[in-house]
Ligand binder design. Structure first.
Ligand code: RTP
Ligand code: MG
Length: 156
């Protein structure tokens, strides 16, 4: 049974530095999919911030390469809202590896705009807890700022 919280589920999406040249097309894909952009901001992560963001992967062999890539240029962070937003966005972005994405999900964002397994254009939170943590990572100041009234976007 679906409650109001699931109907207005939130997730965190990120356009990675390699996806920035395609940000218009990626945002168009998001808007056409029924996901609503609640908040959006452009930012540049330091290497330390990139490591903090992806700290769940600190023991993985690709961690250094990932931190280098994520701090190599600007990112666009977005908070998305929809019914089942977390799963919807993961489906739209596609598998981690661009090669796999092109085989198994050819219309996904990663199939269209990714390069390899590290430079894969976009990120999506993978659970309710990571969505909350990651939204806080990028938007904490806005969530609690007195000017929050400006971000009261009407849904639907
Ligand atoms: P993301 O967190 O960025 O949405 O990607 P994901 O869930 O599909 O993949 P995850 O396992 O969480 O990996 C996080 C990011 O690390 C880079 N990666 N590189 N070279 C490699 O084998 C490799 N594997 C993962 C990618 O940028 C991946 O998105
Ligand atoms: Mg992940």
């Amino acid at each position: 049974r679906r409650n109001l919280q699931q109907l207005q589920e939130r997730t965190l999406a990120l356009i990675k530095p390699d996806g920035i040249p395609y940000m218009g097309k990626i945002i168009e894909a998001i808007c056409c999919s029924g996901l609503i952009i609640k908040q959006l901001r452009m930012c540049k992560l330091s290497r330390g911030q990139a490591k903090d963001f992806y700290k769940a992967h600190m023991d993985k062999p690709f961690f250094e390469e990932l931190a280098n890539h994520m701090s190599s240029g600007p990112c666009v962070a977005m908070e998305l809202v929809a019914e089942d937003a977390i799963a919807k966005w993961r489906l739209l972005l596609g598998p981690t590896s661009t090669e796999v994405a092109r085989m198994k999900a050819p219309s996904s964002i990663r199939a269209n705009f990714g390069t390899d397994s590290t430079r894969n254009a976009v990120h999506g939170a993978d659970s309710y807890d990571s969505a909350r943590r990651e939204a806080h990572f990028f938007f904490a100041d806005r969530m609690f700022a007195p000017c929050a009234k400006f971000f009261n976007v009407t849904l639907g």
